[in-house]
Design a protein around this ligand. Structure first.
Ligand SMILES: O=C(O)c1cc(C(=O)O)c2c(n1)C(=O)C(=O)c1cc(C(=O)O)[nH]c1-2
Ligand SMILES: [Ca+2]
Length: 700
């Protein structure tokens, strides 16, 4: 057995605040026996969601010796974004399509698995793959949100369903007009299970709901944007929406149909220090601010962190990071708290690096803006007002008002997306999985609504050239608001961060490798070929004195699905979905596998150019989100250019119009598109396939 290094105790004693998992605190006080096991019992690892663990067996000196201890193959081949949790020696991991696995954490032996049987015809309801980011544990129960909108409580010992509720009230859907999906991890506060949802790209009005952990009874619901008619929803948000939010929207316009957005699709944090729940609110729906709200008002609470009370959901404060959103700049990114000196005084603060490219420090009790600075290059704002933190827009940024197509840094995928950042109380640095993915936004002038399609109010969003796409891990000093160092990656869309008491930074990358870096300087200490791009985030735990590090592997999420083939930065990006667990000792290995990709198949030679031209915009509205720009797959979902269904209009209609492949996530579109329109899409795909086949576009 490997012994804990004494340095671990010494370093950890320096931490000013000792409020981690109780078991961890036991360890930090000298003289008390160290526990033999340390859990990772919630999504963010500790009550601050710092994605930090005090475990320190893996260090600068031995990280190069890491071995694969065990692995578990998932039975889906789409993006894996889950962070497993470990409670009492059992690991609970979720995978795509909201499946849950309980495994013996030391050996990987499967104890039970749970499949909520999410219907395949719900895949269109989300913008960004049928992912799941994790489960929550409370009092012997495991909670998982399912992609089709349920919250399910499972008996942690057996995996049996204890209760299941629909988190989406039927009237929120407005006769099926709007789209909701759930892919974020539930959070626990005062015995309530809190869960949000996604859907703002398709049309949704955001809210979070709290359910009694024992019974599943709804405790409260907080809507993040006003009722379109300023009427009561009989929800706890009614007063603040009427008094504060409604006046920041135009009385009419497109948000009345699409719901306004503001989905809370990822970060939620219950903070026992302030006894508040912070929710990260998403972007506007439709994106086009001129069409959405007549170009008027800040549109509260879009792009904000909102603090509410855990028992009642009552509003306490908000801080809006992105007023007048028209870029998909969500504030749903990791909400982390820490105790840090501000003007010579230690304060309990929120650290936040949202999509918009600015790093914020906010007082956790009051929501007061303390400081902020851009952590990547941005061109939508020149900076933040030093007193209020409000962005100072550049004139070109407000493209829906100027009518000029504008290339924006960051683009819609943000400078930081769902993969969590980590914060180490030892190094006092935040580690941001940051990226540069610029896009040019083309605003529509007229609003139209597409059921089952994307409803952005835009004519298109054009990603910049591959040369402009970058990915880094940025080590950021939140007190000084400056970069300490950065690690360069091959491109964007890398996984999230884990930092440990051994000052090791763990991260999986889009190039299919898993790394241990030195958290003090970014030095690469260990690299493992994981056979598929990694977008998930590692966690760590110890059992019988052995420190393990776990990571889910599986390329996916919105970047490969939406951006598609032209933006691959690997020759192969096929998906092999697995859970990998590392330790200093281990003798597991992955099976050898040939590189996997879609092989070109000669497409039908003839197509109707006029029909292809008509089909292009419908492809962009209904198909692009999964099948990629220019009909080139990013390596996860089938590449339509080489589909056998292209050769025959009836076969194609059976798939696209009638839903022959519904079970695989390809819903029918015959209810929203005429047979002629579907045929036009087929012609467009054949045209694109011929371009690739004859080498006039860069196929793969
Ligand atoms: O506005 C929304 O409702 C919403 C939801 C989601 C989601 O549910 O995953 C994403 C986004 N937006 C989004 O903007 C985004 O970049 C994104 C990336 C991902 C992902 O898992 O790869 N989800 C989402
Ligand atoms: Ca969004």
């Amino acid at each position: 057995m490997i012994q804990m290094k004494p340095i671990w105790k010494k370093r950890f004693l320096a931490i000013p605040f000792c409020g981690f998992l109780a078991i961890t605190c036991l360890v930090v006080h000298e003289g008390i026996a160290a526990p033999t096991s340390t859990d990772w019992s919630s999504y963010g690892g500790n009550q601050f969601e710092q994605h930090f663990s005090p475990l320190a067996q893996i260090t600068h000196d031995n990280a190069h010796r890491l071995k694969l201890a065990w692995h578990h193959d998932f039975d889906t081949n789409r993006g894996q974004e889950g962070i497993p949790i470990v409670v009492d020696g059992v690991m609970y991991a979720s995978s795509n399509w909201s499946r849950v696995f309980a495994l013996e954490a030391a050996t990987g032996r499967l104890l039970w698995s749970y499949d909520p049987r999410v219907p395949g015809d719900t895949a269109w309801r989300g913008c960004c793959d049928t992912v799941n980011r994790g489960v929550a544990y409370w009092h012997g129960m495991i909670y998982v949100g399912t992609f089709d909108g349920r919250l399910v409580a499972l008996d942690a010992r057996t995996g049996r369903e204890v209760w299941s509720v629909n988190t989406i009230p039927p009237d929120a859907i407005l006769g099926k007009a709007r789209a909701y999906s759930v892919d974020g991890a539930p959070r626990i506060a005062h015995g309530n299970v809190i869960i949000g949802n996604g859907g703002a790209e398709l049309g949704a009005r955001g809210f979070v709901s709290a359910f009694d952990g024992m019974t599943g009874k709804l405790k409260w619901r907080f809507f993040t944007v006003p009722n379109v008619d300023d009427e009561a929803d009989h929800a706890v948000s009614d007063p603040v929406l009427h008094d504060m939010a409604w006046p920041t929207w135009s009385p009419t316009e497109a948000w009345h149909v699409s719901g306004g957005g503001g989905t809370v699709w990822d970060s939620i944090l219950y903070d026992p220090v302030t006894d508040l729940v912070y929710i990260g609110v998403g972007n506007g729906s439709p994106w086009n601010y001129k069409l959405r709200s007549d170009g008027k008002g800040d549109n509260l609470f879009l792009g904000s962190i909102v603090a509410v009370k855990p028992d009642t959901g009552e509003y306490v404060w908000h801080f809006q990071e992105t007023p007048r959103d028209q870029w998909d700049y969500t504030s749903t990114q990791t909400i982390t708290t820490a105790d840090l000196p501000v003007d010579g005084q230690v304060r309990h603060v929120i650290l936040h690096a949202p999509k918009n490219g600015f790093f914020y420090m906010i007082d956790a009790r009051t929501g007061q803006f303390l400081s902020g600075r851009n952590y990547v290059f941005v061109n939508w704002a020149t900076g933040l007002d030093p007193h209020t933190g409000r962005p100072l827009f550049t004139p070109d940024a407000l493209y829906t008002l100027t009518g000029r197509n504008t290339k924006m840094y960051p683009g819609a995928l943000g400078a930081h997306n769902f993969p969590p950042m980590a914060y180490s109380p030892l190094t006092r640095l935040a580690y941001i999985p940051a990226q540069q993915v610029p896009e040019t936004y083309h605003a529509d002038k007229v609003w139209s609504w597409n059921h089952k399609g994307w409803n952005l109010g835009l004519d298109g969003v054009q990603p910049a050239d591959m040369a402009d796409m970058k990915g880094w891990t940025i080590a950021w000093d939140p007190v000084r608001q400056q970069e300490r160092f950065r690690i360069d990656h091959i491109g964007p869309w890398n996984g999230g961060m884990l930092v440990t008491g051994g000052d090791i930074l763990f991260q999986g990358l889009s190039d299919g490798t898993f790394h241990a870096y030195d958290a003090l300087n970014g030095q690469d200490l260990f690299s493992f070929p994981a056979q598929s791009g990694i977008i998930a985030t590692p966690m760590t735990y110890s059992i019988d004195g052995i420190q393990y590090v776990a990571i889910e592997v599986g390329w996916g999420g919105t970047y490969p699905l939406y951006f598609g083939g032209p933006y691959k930065h690997l020759t192969t990006t096929g998906n092999r979905s697995r859970l990998l667990v590392f330790a200093l000792e281990g003798n597991d290995r992955l099976p050898d596998q040939a590189p996997h990709d879609w092989s070109p198949v000669r497409p039908p030679a003839r197509f109707d150019t006029a029909a292809a031209q008509r089909g292009a915009p419908d492809y962009a509205t209904y198909c692009i989100g999964c099948h990629g720009h220019d009909v080139m797959s990013g390596g996860v979902l089938p590449d339509l250019r080489w589909s056998g269904a292209l050769s025959d209009d009836t076969g194609f209609y059976n798939v696209v119009g009638r839903g022959a492949l519904t079970a695989f996530g390809m819903d029918e579109f015959g209810s929203v598109l005429s047979r002629q329109k579907i045929e036009d899409i087929r012609q467009f795909i054949i045209q694109q396939a011929n371009r690739s086949w004859h080498g006039t576009t860069n196929g793969n």
